[in-house]
Structures are given as C-alpha cells and as structure tokens.
Write a protein that binds this ligand. Structure first.
Ligand code: MG
Length: 398
C-alpha cells in the first residue's frame, strides 16, 4: 500500500493570536497564530501600529476556526469587518500568511508548492534606493545640495555593484517648490528632476530597470511635463504620478506618455484591482504584499491583472519574513516583473530570519531571492535579533 502523505489530523483549531512589533526602518508587525496541533505560523502586517492591534482582536472571531481553510478564514474576516480598509486588510494579511505557514508546516511543503507551483526558482528583487543623506538629519540644509545628480548616480552605482538588476528612486524630493499643496512644479524643479534621472542613466546605462516614484504628489499637467521629459531615459516605470482616486488622470498619462505608469500600493483586494485594470489606468500593478488582503489575495490580483495583460511589481517595505512570503507568491504567477526590497538602510535586515533549509545562506543574494525549500514560509525568526529590535512595550512571541 502506498504511504499516505495526508497530515494525521485535519481537524485542528486556532487557539491564540499574538503579535510583536520590530523597529526596522518601518515598524514591522509580526503575527503569530497558534493551533492545537503543536505548530504555529507567522505572518507580517504593513505598518504595524494599528494593524497588530486589530490582528489580536480578531482572535474573538478566529478561535476554534480551522487554519487550513484559508479562503474561508479570509472571507470570514472580510464579512465581519466589511469596509475595514487598509488597516483591516493588513491585519487580515498577517493572519492569513500565518495560516499558510501552518498549512505548509503540517503538509511539509514550501508555500510556493501550495500556491500552484512555481514559474521561477529565483525571484527578482528591485532595490528602493535613496540619493543624498536624509534631510531629517540636517533639516536646515538646502535640499538642492542634498538631492544632487551626483548623489543619485553614486547611490545607483552602489546598488548595481551589489548585484541588483532593478532599482527605484523617489523623484518627488522637495527641491525648488515651497508650495507643495498646489501640486504644480515650476520649470526649474522639473529640470532638476530630469537631471537626477539623466545622471543615474549615465552612471548605470540602460540595461538596468529603473523606476521613479512620484508618490501621488502632482497635478496631471505637472506629471505630464515630468513624464514627457523623462521619455528618452527608458524608465521601467513612473510610479503614482497623481492622486490615487484620479483614475481618468492615470489613464490620460498612460495614453499620452511613452513611459509605463505603475500604481496600486494603497489599493487592496483583487476586486479593486480588477476595476483599475479594466479602466486602463495602469501599465504595471503594485499591490502591497502585506496590505492587499492576503497572499492568496495577491495571487488573485495577479490573475485579474493578467487577464488584461498587466504585469506586477509588488510594493513591499517589510522585514525579511514578509518579503519571503511575497517571494513565494511572486514565484507562482506568470506576469511577474520584480518585488521591492526597501531596507537597504537596515544592515541587520537579513539577520532577522534564518532559512530552515540552509541556515547560513543569505535571504537576498545579488538581487534575487532563491526560494526557500523548507516547509511553509521556509524561514524562522532569530529570537535574539528580534528581541534586540522590539519596539517599546512589545514582547517577544517566538
Ligand atoms: Mg511608491
């Protein structure tokens, strides 16, 4: 008789939800879901402060539920907290990711295997990159002397030398325009932005994917002027040029500019992404890994975008735990470009977790994540590192 690979007992229950917050460059929210089967799972929320509180309160709804019925759990949370927005979807994502981790551990299978198998063994990472020192450290300095073409070129060179094939800069840095509320830039400011991009391209050439983020800050007219002048630099994308609710403005820019428009980091659930994809408002979708509603929801976002021929470069500012969770999903859908890494300024980022299959192997290796082969997420938190960087008032849960 063939050996059965089913878990010995499927009828298991969620018994507890605990959380902790780690002070990285953002507050990383870690969610632990415990079961009566002797295993627990971990997940991560976007911007921990509010989402962790909600995740813990969800125990009222989840105690006794079966963590293996993941879609049912997500539906239950959405039903009970309809319209809870980004904080709610972040909390749901932390819980849902932990349930996937539990399922993987019980079935002894890596997460990518549970999500349908993989299109790729390595997941391409793009590096969020900052030119110039932080203005926050020297608030009286002239931003024009901080955000210089030289500083952008130098940062790009360092990131490319680390092995990244894709990177992104903030291009909405305040330099010339005191009245940011007006959302219109004068010509000098636009030219300054162009000089930053030109310097980066001169330094790293055109074979590196290069995105530029505008953080919703401009009028459609200003965004169009910036975009038009950036056309010669073959950007991988121009990100969030105008406020997110201005769907017509996105569509106008997409139709008139020879630069791909990327958006979506604050959009949650596949249903909303389907609306965006169908209105022709974006070339590339950027759902946030730990905010969009869950890992399975991220997979559904990829599906609805694929139906319109739209690829994904998911937004991600998380710890290595959430990043690895995102990498597993990104391996399993076809229309993938790159996944964000936003913690270049955190030297201990990679020390926070260990790969179960190869504890000495780095999480991020020359611009790629090699998918962990251990069960579930395939990584475990290092309790000593986690404890060292807990936020005030947070207790270690692993
Ligand atoms: Mg962005």
């Amino acid at each position: 008789m063939e050996e059965s690979h089913r878990p010995p007992e499927r009828d298991i229950e969620i018994t507890n939800v605990e959380t902790m917050a780690i002070a990285g460059n953002f507050t990383w929210g870690i969610v632990k879901v415990e079961t009566d089967a002797g295993v627990y799972g971990l997940g991560e929320t976007f911007r921990a402060e509010a989402a962790l509180d909600m995740a813990e309160r969800l125990l009222v709804d989840l105690e006794g539920e079966n963590p293996l019925d993941i879609d049912r759990i997500t539906a239950l949370m959405n039903q009970r907290y309809t319209g809870s927005g980004r904080v709610g979807q972040s909390a749901f994502t932390g819980i849902e990711t932990a349930c996937w981790d539990i399922k993987g551990k019980l079935l002894d299978a890596p997460l990518y295997e549970l999500l349908g198998g993989k299109y790729r063994d390595r997941v391409r990472i793009y590096c969020d990159t900052h030119g110039g020192e932080s203005l926050g450290q020297a608030p009286d300095r002239d931003p024009k002397e901080v955000y210089t073409p030289e500083s952008y070129a130098q940062a790009a060179r360092e990131v490319v030398d680390e092995g990244f094939e894709a990177l992104k800069f903030d291009l909405d840095v305040p330099t010339h325009d005191p009245d940011t509320a007006a959302r219109r830039l004068d010509n000098a400011s636009v030219e300054h932005k162009v000089s930053l991009v030109e310097a980066v391209r001169e330094e790293i050439g055109y074979d590196i994917d290069l995105g530029m983020d505008l953080h919703w800050n401009f009028t459609v007219e200003t965004a169009a002027r910036i975009g038009k002048k950036l056309e010669p630099y073959d950007l991988a994308w121009l990100e969030d040029p105008v406020p997110p609710e201005q769907v017509e403005a996105h569509r106008h820019l997409r139709e008139t500019l020879d630069v791909p428009i990327l958006t979506g980091e604050n959009v949650t659930t596949a249903s909303r992404f389907a609306d965006l994809a169908n209105t022709g408002a974006m070339d590339i979708a950027a759902p946030d890994v730990n905010k969009c509603g869950g890992l399975w929801e991220l997979w559904k976002v990829a599906l609805v975008c694929d139906l319109e021929g739209i690829p994904l470069s998911p937004h991600n500012i998380s710890s290595p735990l959430g990043t690895v969770a995102g990498a597993h999903v990104c391996a399993t859908f076809p229309n993938f470009l790159s996944l964000e890494f936003h913690a270049r300024d955190v030297p201990w980022w990679g020390d926070l977790v260990r790969r179960v299959d190869d504890p000495d192997a780095p999480i991020l290796n020359e611009g790629y994540i090699d998918l962990p082969e251990g069960p579930g997420l395939g990584v475990e938190l290092d309790p000593e590192v986690a404890e060292r960087y807990l936020t005030d008032g947070s207790d270690l849960v692993v």
